[in-house]
Design a protein around this ligand. Structure first.
Ligand code: RM4
Ligand code: MN
Ligand code: MN
Length: 396
């Protein structure tokens, strides 16, 4: 195929690439040692929606906002009408619903895996409330991160906790409507350090298989050990028809929640490449792309716009891979030529292509520059600055 034709094809395919942004990416978040408070950080759900709308208007690629139940809907399903008003006011959909099983004092020894049946019940009720919220808001996905685990050998029964996990997730799964999904995230450590109850993709996949057909695996790119091959995990999950979606971020060491592609853009490209290799459109269309980042140093809005543009660039590069040729080279075991075929796409500068895509859609050609020129950040800093300055952030 001629280069111009390939570019034209990619321009069309970019239209369907959307990525969900998290409400907490606009709030004051940080590390466990503290937060650097930002004058423009969002403190209310309305401010989070306003900021999300700003990112969507600039990038055209973020039509939905992920919500964290305790942070965004502390009143539970009763808060749904208020969220719906914000959805219609700001033109951004409510995205995945994230239950919160890690904040309450009772969860010191676990939530759905707590040895106390009463606490497990409370946690399961929160899951069921989250499903109700998702239904009320028309959200497809309940995206679950279970922070449970244990810090010391012998302190907890690993086997009992597997049973409690299956029981709780099955209850949540069975409450879902047709078309809704339960996405099961995994994380090898933190906050627990001897084991976490769902430590890796195999455990998530096994749970998904045990609880039912509406359960899938969620891959948070920061939740892996050093140098783990994430694209291979992605390939396996595609093969098993169990890939539900992603929480994208970048990391140097652990769950660093840095902006996507900032440390290792080639890895994100390789992940997209595996997905685009899948021929079954039902499988690829079902993959939910989401961001899960904490912007402690970068400006919240800047970081988010930069993130979305980077995701689009890396996706466009993966779209450029000449897959037919690559398959031929792989079959002939032409190692260097096959690798170069992949690298050709990766090293193509797609920024002019994205500029064309944005111009055709009536979007600013350079969204980061447009953000800076819009005056939006200065405006929210004026409006929110005094409140944010009054907050305290201390580790102990
Ligand atoms: C966790 C995990 C969850 C996210 C929280 C804030 O490490 O990634 O997805 O909701 O952080
Ligand atoms: Mn996550
Ligand atoms: Mn995380």
């Amino acid at each position: 195929m001629r280069v111009e034709d390939r570019f034209e094809r990619v321009l069309g395919q970019l239209d369907s690439f959307v990525i969900e942004i998290p409400s907490w990416g606009f709030a004051n978040t940080g590390t466990r040692f503290g937060k650097f408070l930002q004058p423009g950080a969002a403190g209310t759900l309305e401010e989070k929606f306003a900021d999300a709308a700003q990112v969507h208007n600039l990038t055209g690629a973020t039509p939905s906002l992920a919500l964290h139940v305790l942070w965004d809907l502390p009143g539970g399903v009763k808060d749904a009408p208020k969220v719906k008003q914000l959805v219609s006011r700001y033109g951004v959909r409510a995205g995945s619903i994230n239950p919160n099983l890690f904040q309450d004092q009772e969860y010191k020894f676990g939530s759905i895996c707590n040895p106390d049946a009463g606490i497990r019940r409370k946690a399961v009720d929160h899951l069921l409330d989250s499903v109700e919220i998702a239904k009320a808001l028309g959200s497809q996905d309940v995206s679950l991160w279970v922070a449970d685990g244990s810090n010391y050998p012998g302190a907890q029964s690993i086997r009992r906790r597997i049973e409690w996990l299956e029981e709780a997730l099955r209850t949540a799964h069975d409450a879902l409507d047709e078309g809704q999904r339960l996405l099961i995230e995994y994380k090898p450590f933190e906050p627990a350090f001897y084991f976490t109850d769902i430590a890796d993709w195999g455990m998530s996949a096994s749970l998904a298989g045990a609880v039912g057909p509406k359960a899938f695996v969620l891959v948070d790119t920061g939740h892996h050990y050093q140098s783990q091959n994430i694209e291979q995990i992605v390939a396996w999950l595609l093969h098993l028809r169990l890939l539900g979606g992603f929480h994208f971020n970048d990391r140097r060491y652990a769950d660093d929640d840095l902006t996507i592609g900032s440390i290792d853009p080639y890895q994100v490209f390789r992940i997209f490449h595996e997905i685009l290799n899948e021929r079954d459109k039902n499988v690829t269309d079902a993959v939910a792309y989401m961001i899960d980042q904490s912007h402690n140093i970068k400006g919240k809005l800047e970081a988010m716009v930069q993130t979305v543009a980077t995701a689009q660039e890396l996706y466009a590069k993966a779209l450029l891979v000449d897959r037919e040729r690559l398959a031929e080279l792989q079959a002939a075991a032409k190692t260097v030529e096959a690798e170069e075929c992949l690298r050709d796409a990766f090293w193509t500068d797609v920024r002019p292509l994205l500029k064309t895509w944005r111009e055709r859609r009536g979007l600013p050609a350079d969204p980061l520059k447009a953000l800076r020129e819009s005056g939006y950040v200065e405006k929210i800093e004026r409006e929110r600055g005094a409140r944010n300055a009054a907050l305290t952030s201390s580790y102990a």
